[in-house]
Ligand binder design. Structure first.
Ligand code: 5AD
Ligand code: SF4
Length: 492
């Protein structure tokens, strides 16, 4: 769900910082909020906006009229952090011309560099980690009283379940709904378990209520978000950390006796709950994990038309030794078996992936295994990155970052070229077929055209006529670019 690697195709995995506005006011103070990184960060910014508009703030797109500037940051790779640091220098200028301006760093960069930021970057007033957003009004008060303010405590409980996000920069059709926070997987390269803390699931009732409210407000697609949605688990008593591990394992795999299993909500159960809200509400989710995805999830996807036939299943690498060094918890064969299960239970389902090039000790043979697995899997889309060592991770502690920049770049290019070939082949198979498309907005290339997506997440463009965002249309695809289908509405 991150953005600054090489990506083929998908525009939902937003790359650009988005400036947000559009909320009600009353205390006269204005908030400028800018987000980097994954969908989860964008969803978090909507929680921040909700908390602060509740305190009377209005949001603004114009940094010059802001009283408070918050940057919601990403740490996943070094270049994400460098981009935020560069952006901070722009705010230095803003602060010079407006000395009372409060500047805060939110999100994943907060914990790791709190002291450095406050000392070296005199301009930063607030540092707040992903679990401390309820504390923001108090942190702002502290700064107004002349102090710097920091809260980077991570929680084992916080899910912001009761906070109704303020939809920012919205198209009014698609929205993110956070279903869990944190990650316990400890992949060797990944900083997320350190920046976002332990995994916890959100009360399913609050998730279904949020999705229902979105539908009532005209939204027609929700994306359920978590670092590892397949390990979502809720039981009457709360979080799975309070249960014996063997019960958790059985519950996640639907292996308890029926009356016991009924006390739990797994991801498959949650999907079913949300699917039943309305057949006109389409549901996507991200991110699945090859170690944890169950057949139960695939069967529930097969059962409901409004559960989109698209799975993001990051493989990271195609060689079992490499996957072990990465601590991914599956082998090449096990990954292939998951793909086979998807093909069997959900024929035609689109699958995308994430790939890291040049992880510690990667040999030419291991790299070639990644290429061959991509080809075998026929991924529809992929997000591809050069390995970037992150301080504090197992890889940083134990394995030298020994692949040269030159080799990383060359391998990344090969992986990107492979994916382009696969993506193009998929797009071509969409030609001369009718696609059910949810309209999201006006095409970037022409005001006369609308765009939307089919269930498999392919972008489809067609003439506007009298159709509107939020409507479903059937489009016969007659031509295409590498990644986009182009056609006309038929027999709607
Ligand atoms: N270097 C490069 N890519 C990384 N990712 C996570 N950590 C790193 C890292 N240190 C990628 C993985 C993950 C995606 C969100 O970001 O592919 O699935
Ligand atoms: Fe990072 Fe692995 Fe968790 Fe994904 S599953 S957030 S890559 S630790």
């Amino acid at each position: 769900m991150h953005n600054e690697g090489s990506k083929v195709i998908d525009e939902t995995r937003q790359g650009e910082a988005v400036m947000m506005d559009g909320v009600k006011s009353s205390n006269g103070k204005k908030l400028f909020l800018e987000s980097y990184g994954c969908a989860m960060n964008f969803a978090d910014s909507e929680v921040v906006a909700s908390i602060l508009t509740g305190e009377g703030f209005t949001t603004t797109k114009d940094v010059n009229e802001a009283d408070v500037v918050f940057i919601n940051t990403c740490s996943i790779r070094d270049n994400a952090e460098q981009r935020v640091r560069a952006r901070l220098h722009d705010f230095k200028k803003a602060k010079k011309s407006k000395p009372g301006l409060i500047v805060g760093i939110l999100g994943c960069m907060a914990e790791r560099i709190k002291s450095q930021l406050l000392e070296e970057e005199k301009l930063i007033d607030i540092v707040a980690g992903p679990d401390s957003y309820r504390d923001l009004p108090h942190l702002i008060e502290q700064v107004e009283g002349g102090q710097k303010a920091v809260n980077v405590l991570l929680s084992r409980e916080e899910t912001y379940a009761d906070i109704s996000p303020v939809r920012l920069d919205s198209n009014g059709v698609t929205a993110f709904v956070s279903i869990m926070r944190g990650c316990d997987n400890m992949c060797a390269f990944c900083v997320v378990p350190f920046t976002r803390g332990r995994e916890r699931s959100r009360d399913p009732k609050s998730i279904a209520e949020e999705a229902h409210e979105l539908f009532e407000n005209g939204y027609r697609e929700v994306t359920l978000l978590g670092q590892n949605v397949d390990s979502y688990l809720w039981w009457g008593g709360g979080q799975k950390k309070d249960l014996p591990i063997d019960i958790v394992h059985k519950a996640l795999n639907h292996e308890l006796p029926d009356d016991e299993q009924a006390k739990f909500t797994t991801f498959a159960d949650l999907m079913e709950m949300v699917a039943q809200i309305n057949p006109e509400l389409r549901i996507r989710f991200s991110t699945s994990n090859p170690r944890d995805i169950t057949d139960a999830v695939l069967h529930v996807m097969a059962k409901y038309d409004n559960l989109c036939k698209y799975i993001h299943l990051p493989v990271q690498a195609g060689n079992s030794g490499m996957l072990e060094r990465m601590n991914r918890g599956y082998t090449r064969d096990q990954y292939m078996q998951k793909i086979e299960a998807i093909r069997r239970i959900l024929p035609g389902c689109a699958v995308s992936t994430d790939i890291i090039c040049g992880f510690c000790g990667e040999t030419e043979e291991e790299h070639n295994d990644t290429l061959s697995l991509m080809e075998w899997s026929e991924f529809n889309y992929a997000y591809m990155y050069k390995y970037s060592e992150r301080p504090g991770t197992a890889a940083a502690k134990k394995m030298p970052d020994d692949i040269t920049e030159e080799v990383k770049s060359r391998r990344l290019t090969q992986v990107v070229e492979m994916q382009q070939k696969l993506s193009k082949a998929h797009t071509l198979t969409g030609l001369n077929k009718v696609h059910k498309v949810l309209i999201e907005g006006t095409s970037k290339k022409s005001k006369e055209m609308l765009y939307g997506r089919n269930g498999e997440n392919a972008v489809v463009v067609f003439p506007k006529e009298n159709y509107k965002p939020g409507e479903y249309v059937n489009v016969l695809a007659t031509s295409c670019t590498v990644a986009t289908l182009i056609g006309n509405v038929v027999n709607n």
